[in-house]
Design a protein around this ligand. Structure first.
Ligand code: 13P
Length: 252
């Protein structure tokens, strides 16, 4: 089994004005000077995508946080995967728990959005994760594996699919699961991916997200079947985010 090249992705959520362009330039400079052993992606709000793509930062890919399931039409306020792709993005996050909760997105919706992203040639970063009640009830593995199974589109391939495991209770809280808990969930997700895609399922990145920061990145990113991170708060400042990226300098 060959591990895929790791991906450290930042999800800026609803944060960032044009001045944040300086963070992309700084991040690009840091990687240029000191290197990165993983791929690096930033998903800003839609309003910043063009501005950040136009920086021409060659070490930092720019992606999106969501897309509509349709290509076009009467969907006021929504953005299609085709529109995002046209801006130069190759990655689209779908099914983040904040969207599942705030916008009542079901696995079926997430699957349709992932399919829309993939139909445009983008890679769908499909987010899954259990709530604290589900974990305490011993249901974390069931919830996460059923979300993965139900959210991957029928036509998905190993090349256009990334899974992000983000326990809801770890997002923005400073709480992180133990390495053993992360390992258990990622192993279960890997099994689902291998069932679905055969040996190609080994090459799919499974990211961990939830309170990742420079101080815990090394431990979390060293866990078996953790192939990168999806980072919220600590992705907003280039120096903090680079601290997570550089965890890969120590990981074989
Ligand atoms: P935090 O890193 O702020 O906990 O957010 C994680 C997340 O939701 C990334 O998508």
């Amino acid at each position: 089994m060959t591990a895929p090249k790791a991906l450290v992705a930042g999800n800026w959520k609803m944060n960032g004005l044009k001045a944040a362009t300086s963070e992309i330039n700084r991040l690009n400079d840091l990687i240029n000077e000191k290197g990165a052993k993983c791929d690096v992606l930033i998903c800003p709000p839609f309003t910043l995508i063009s501005t950040l793509v136009d920086t021409g930062a060659k070490h930092v890919a720019i992606g999106a946080q969501d897309c509509h399931m349709n290509v076009s039409g009467a969907h006021t306020g929504d953005i299609s995967a085709e529109m995002i792709k046209e801006l130069g993005c190759d990655h689209i996050i779908v099914g983040h728990s904040e969207r599942r909760a705030d916008h009542a997105e079901s696995n079926e919706t997430v699957k349709a959005k992932a399919a829309a992203a993939q139909a445009q040639g983008a890679i769908a970063i499909i987010c899954v994760g259990e709530t604290i009640d589900e974990r305490e009830a011993g249901k974390a593995l069931d919830i996460v594996t059923s979300q993965v199974k139900a959210s991957i589109p029928d036509d998905a391939t190993a090349d256009n699919t990334i899974i992000a495991y983000e326990p809801v209770w770890a997002i923005g809280t400073g709480k992180v699961p133990t390495a053993a808990d992360v390992e258990e969930v990622h192993a279960a997700v890997r099994d689902v991916l291998i069932d679905r895609f055969g040996s190609a399922g080994d090459n799919i990145n499974i990211l961990y997200g939830g309170s990742v920061k420079a101080s815990n990145a090394n431990e979390l990113m060293s866990v078996a079947n953790v192939n990168g991170a999806l980072v919220g708060g600590a992705s907003l400042k280039a120096d903090d985010f680079y601290g997570i990226i550089s965890a890969y300098d120590q990981i074989g």
